[in-house]
Design a protein around this ligand. Structure first.
Ligand code: FES
Length: 133
């Protein structure tokens, strides 16, 4: 990622191409995996945000083969968005502070001092279900 992207806090992860692949109701996000090919490979991610959600969410197919979801808000002051770290089981803030967290939300390096609190994620009949509460 270029220095300018870090300076301006521009993340790499995009929203899903099929905006209808997910919905949110009663504190749960449901993603139809067939409609979210971005999540088909380990290391890939989507970001979900908008008025249907109480907060921004990063969803990724981890290098460990499991799906993970996090508040897409770095715990450091700038509260920038997060991206997967290519080839590693880590996620990283897109800002110049480059805070890095593991899949448990623990700080690994960078400016942030507080951990992330991952959301509970389960799969059911081709859907990914993320509990926001
Ligand atoms: S906002 Fe993430 S390191 Fe500063």
């Amino acid at each position: 990622m270029g220095i300018f992207k870090h300076l301006f806090g521009i993340c790499e992860t995009r929203p899903p191409a099929d905006a209808g692949c997910w919905s949110c109701a009663q504190g749960k996000i449901e993603i139809v995996l067939d409609r979210a090919p971005e999540l088909s490979q380990p290391g890939r991610a989507i970001r979900l945000e908008g008025s249907a959600l109480p907060q921004r969410v990063l969803v990724l197919h981890g290098q460990d083969g499991h799906f993970h979801a996090f508040p897409n808000r770095c715990t450091h002051l700038g509260h920038r968005r997060l991206d997967p770290v290519p080839g590693e089981d880590r996620i990283r803030c897109c800002s110049i502070g480059k805070s890095v967290f593991d899949y448990h939300g623990r700080n690994v390096s960078g400016s942030a001092r507080e951990p992330l609190v991952p959301f509970q994620v389960e799969t059911d009949s081709g859907k990914l279900i993320i509990s926001l509460e």
